[in-house]
Design a protein around this ligand. Structure first.
Ligand code: NAD
Length: 363
């Protein structure tokens, strides 16, 4: 490897770490932002375990429709009965000064309702991806938080993950030349009998749940918004899992600078990768957006090398502390409601393109 290459990569690494540092503001000593977690399912369970790694965030309240979960997780995390809520008495959270943020980790179709209720209760909101099930809902959520003077952030955790941060930085600097093509593949084999396969609760199939990682990556790797979308859906409707939602949807995005992205979204095959290809080579992450274990390879000047990056803090704790820092310091989140809205706008266009069998132009 040439010294010049090594220097450039190290500079890129430094920049990646600088991004990491800038997304985690230092807290005024002693004050930690209190989170209430709404919906105590699988992902909430992971998130609750991550507060132990946080510097400026703490878990202070739980919201669930299952009394047994409130007791079990309440005891596990030392949350007193006074700070445990059912969905019916959720609005009483307004009277709890320990709760600064409501973190919505419910099925997608419930995100809008609980975000609006949380904002009306005077709380900041962290909402899981996809932000909601339509552009109209996203707009309502943004308006509710704005009207209440509260912040809204979407759970795009990869923005707090060092390998993704470095990939963004290297792509934007043109480390493998100006970006021309992005490929991004995300999918898993969906198990039957879950809300993800029920359109009323999910809003859609693989695209809403996992393909959104391909889409979001193309937007953060380019820093641009797509202007044209083409999509093909492929779903075996005889498979009982896919009675109301799509399985595979492959989409092509064209960006204003001429970059093209080809993306896979699937509920019947396993993928988690992206590759940014420029005029002189490529940058690849595989896995790209997993909870951990990211691996990067870079090909430049005819040579392929693996890159490793220090991971000082997990992406989940990074995300929680970033929002806490925004509240403590009065700054804007890196991934506000407008980011969720931007993805949803493209998602609607992808579905429309697949349905109508034609290219959709985005204004
Ligand atoms: P889950 O099924 O494990 O949990 C959903 C929770 O919502 C359960 O506790 C369930 O009891 C509760 N719930 C309340 N009302 C419900 C209703 N009407 N129907 C069904 N369940 C209801 O799901 P999950 O995997 O934890 O996903 C929750 C949200 O988190 C989704 O929006 C998902 O996209 C998001 N998520 C994000 C990530 C990430 O990495 N950012 C990972 C997984 C899930």
């Amino acid at each position: 490897m040439r010294d010049a290459d090594r220097r450039t990569i190290i500079a890129g690494l430094g920049a990646g770490l600088a991004v990491a540092a800038s997304t985690a503001c230092a807290a005024p000593r002693g004050r930690k932002i209190g989170y209430a977690v709404v919906g105590l399912g699988r992902y909430a369970e992971l998130i609750m375990s991550k507060f132990a790694e946080c510097d400026q965030s703490r878990l202070v309240a739980l919201v669930s429709g299952t009394p047994e979960k409130l007791i079990r997780f309440g005891e596990k995390y030392g949350i007193p009965a006074s700070h445990r809520y059912s969905y019916a008495d959720f609005d009483r959270i307004r009277d709890n000064p320990d709760v600064d943020v409501v973190y919505v980790i419910l099925p997608n179709a419930l995100h809008a309702e609980y975000t609006v209720r949380a904002a009306k209760a005077g709380k900041h909101v962290m909402c899981e991806k996809p932000m909601a099930v339509s552009v109209a809902e996203c707009r309502t959520m943004i308006a509710a938080c704005r009207a209440a003077g509260r912040k809204l952030m979407i759970g795009y955790r990869s923005r707090f993950e060092p390998y993704n941060q470095l990939a963004i930085d290297l792509a934007k600097k043109g480390f493998v030349g100006p970006t021309r093509i992005i490929t991004a593949d995300h999918g898993f084999n969906a198990q039957p009998n879950q809300w993800r396969l029920d359109r009323k609760l999910s809003g859609g199939g693989s695209l809403m749940d996992i393909g959104i990682y391909s889409l979001n990556a193309t937007r953060y790797l380019t820093g641009e918004e797509p202007v044209e979308v083409s999509a093909i859906e492929s779903t075996d409707r005889r498979d009982p899992r896919f009675a109301t939602v799509e399985d595979r949807i492959t989409f092509l995005l064209r960006f204003p600078s001429g970059i093209e992205a080809t993306c896979v979204s699937s509920y019947s095959s396993n993928h988690n990768m992206y590759r940014v290809t420029g005029t002189q080579g490529w940058i690849e992450l595989e896995p790209a957006t997993a909870y951990e274990g990211q691996a990067m390879r870079i090909r430049r000047d005819g040579r392929t090398e693996a890159r490793s990056v220090p991971v000082p803090k997990g992406q989940h704790a990074g995300q929680l502390d970033h929002f806490a820092g925004c509240i403590l310091h009065g700054t804007d989140p890196l991934v506000p409601g407008e980011e969720g809205l931007a993805d949803m706008r493209v998602i609607e266009a992808i579905y429309r393109s697949a349905r109508e069998g034609r290219r959709i132009t985005l204004g």
